[in-house]
Design a protein. Structure first.
Length: 112
């Protein structure tokens, strides 16, 4: 007759893996979401810069909103002046729960 010893380690690796796997998956999902939000923020910043240059050349403010919305779906733009500069603030949801991304860019008025 074979007796099992107390404190036998068989199966402990599987149990540890089953406990650690959800944590590893959660970290990987969080990292992928953060990377996607960072990429969206870069696109938003580029769109705000393009929109500021367009408005500084004399295009209407609606053109800035169109440029930003085309570059980043779901984004909006607000145009405001600051001395000799025209500034555009673009904002969009990050895609991660309740996080809002924002980017501001300015260009010299008159298109110079």
């Amino acid at each position: 007759m074979i007796r099992r010893r107390l404190g036998d380690d068989r199966g402990s690796v599987v149990a540890e893996f089953a406990v650690a796997l959800p944590a590893v998956v959660l970290v990987l999902v969080f990292c992928a979401g953060a990377l996607a939000a960072a990429a969206r923020h870069v696109r938003l910043q580029d769109a705000a810069a393009d929109a500021a240059r367009i408005v500084a050349r004399g295009e209407p403010d609606a053109a800035a909103g169109a440029v930003v919305a085309r570059a980043v779906p779901g984004a909006s733009a607000a145009v405001h002046g600051s001395g000799d500069f025209v500034c555009v603030t673009a904002s969009a949801p990050a895609g991660i729960a309740l996080v809002e991304l924002s980017a501001t860019s300015c260009a010299l008025a008159g298109g110079l």
